[in-house]
Design a protein around this ligand. Structure first.
Ligand SMILES: Cc1ncc(COP(=O)(O)O)c(C=O)c1O
Length: 408
């Protein structure tokens, strides 16, 4: 008989994972990228040249660059962050991590204890919300409008928390192409958020992994760049601009936090080959790769918006996002997106149901997040048609599907 590990698991360990059952035929979930936009030739050439030149350093943990990661990659990043985000940081202020998810774990590990409070955007990245819940941290959700987090509500929340003697550990924000809403926090609101952060003595964690994917190519300065009091921890990633499977992200942080994160990063360094290949590829090619990627993504978004308009008509409401890889869609109030998710999955369509991406389960009940980056144009059209059919069968909406009136 097989050994039973069950009695050995300590209390409080996470719910066990389900076995992977493969990707759905029409996959609109996750933060996956466009397979046709991965710069394969460039990455292959970069791997060849960097390994030929420096491959022998793979014999050393950390590539002779210390615990913060491959120095040429950090140098590329400090120049890029200065150019694009207005950030005055050097390679010494940057820590390379295994995807920005590891950055979230390190920041949380450095700052949070059970029972703490953190302020977040109400509709939010599931990976952040589940982390905070697992840590027993109270996430106070602030609603968003078309310009990002509502600063009037943030001000009221900070005042209310203070009146109860609660000082939030940080404000976590995705200000530049927010996940899932696709909004960009305006420069004026950034200034206001920083002012409130100073007033209440609360630092900001700026999760900025979509900032390369703004259609216009122009981003507002980062909160890190605008801060006058070194109170912002900035997190970024190559997952959205190059490829998520590489698992390379980074954190820019004041030394007081950096020193704590380094003490918590006990994996003896993130994967070296990825860092070397990225540095070699990105230094010459990043600025030409990203506009091409954006163009391809924008086309897919247009296909998705057209397909939704055709299949759902006015039953699917959404704002045209300013960039990124997601569309946040509102369906009629009677649609329960958790149930829609289950029913659609049986027909081969995977969506992200709203309540997984929000602190407000009522507001998000009839919303869903669709990733348009990884399915092909044809899969987007076909997948949305199947989704509309399932939604009509389960909830009676859309009444018309594919511009054809349906009677029951
Ligand atoms: C807001 C946000 N933060 C972090 C991540 C994690 O990204 P990474 O692949 O860099 O770990 C994602 C991925 O979708 C995200 O949307």
């Amino acid at each position: 008989m097989a050994f039973d590990f069950g009695p050995l698991f300590p209390a409080g360990t996470p719910t066990p994972a389900a076995r992977w059952a493969g990707l759905a035929k029409f996959n609109f979930t996750g933060g996956n990228n466009d397979p046709d936009e991965i710069p394969l030739d460039g990455l292959m050439a970069a791997a060849q040249s960097v390994l030929k030149r420096e491959g022998r350093t793979l014999s050393t943990y950390g590539l002779n660059c210390g615990p913060q990661g491959y120095r040429p990659l950090r140098e590329f990043l400090s120049a890029k962050l200065k150019r694009d985000g207005g950030m005055a940081c050097t390679a010494d202020d940057i820590l390379i991590v295994s995807g920005s998810l590891q950055a979230l774990d390190l920041v949380n590990g450095a700052l949070l204890a059970r029972g703490d409070t953190v302020i977040v955007e109400q509709d939010n990245y599931q990976g952040t919300l589940t982390r905070l819940a697992r840590l027993g941290v109270n996430a106070v959700g602030i609603p968003l409008d078309r310009h990002g987090m509502r600063i009037d509500v943030l001000a009221a929340a900070l005042a209310e928390l203070k009146s109860r003697g609660v000082r939030p550990k940080f404000i976590y924000t995705i200000p530049t192409v927010q996940n899932p809403t696709g909004t960009i926090l305006s420069e004026e609101r950034r200034r206001e958020m920083l002012r409130l952060a100073d007033e209440y003595g609360v630092p900001i964690v700026e999760d900025d992994c979509y900032s390369d994917l703004i259609w216009s190519g122009e981003r507002p300065p980062s909160l890190y760049a605008m801060s006058k009091s070194d109170n912002v921890i900035h997190i970024g990633s190559f997952s959205k601009s190059i490829a998520p499977a590489l698992r390379v992200g980074f954190v820019v942080a004041p030394w007081q936090i950096m020193a704590r994160m380094l003490a918590l990063k006990t994996d003896a360094g993130s994967g070296a080959l990825e860092q070397m290949v990225l540095a070699e590829y990105c230094a010459p090619y990043f600025t030409e790769h990203v506009p091409a990627l954006r163009k391809g993504l924008r086309k897919k978004l247009e296909t998705l918006m057209e397909a939704l308009a055709e299949q759902f008509g006015t039953a699917a409401e959404f704002d045209d996002p300013k960039g990124g890889i997601f569309l946040w869609v509102k369906l009629p109030d009677n649609v329960d997106s958790m149930k829609l998710y289950q029913a659609a999955l049986k027909e081969g369509v995977a969506i992200n149901p709203g309540p997984d991406w929000s602190t407000d389960k009522t507001h998000s009940k009839s919303r869903m997040r669709l990733c348009f980056a990884s399915p092909s144009h044809d899969e987007i059209r076909q997948g949305v048609a199947v989704l509309a059919e399932v939604c009509r069968r389960e909830f009676g909406v859309p009444e018309r599907s594919g511009n054809v009136e349906r009677g029951n």
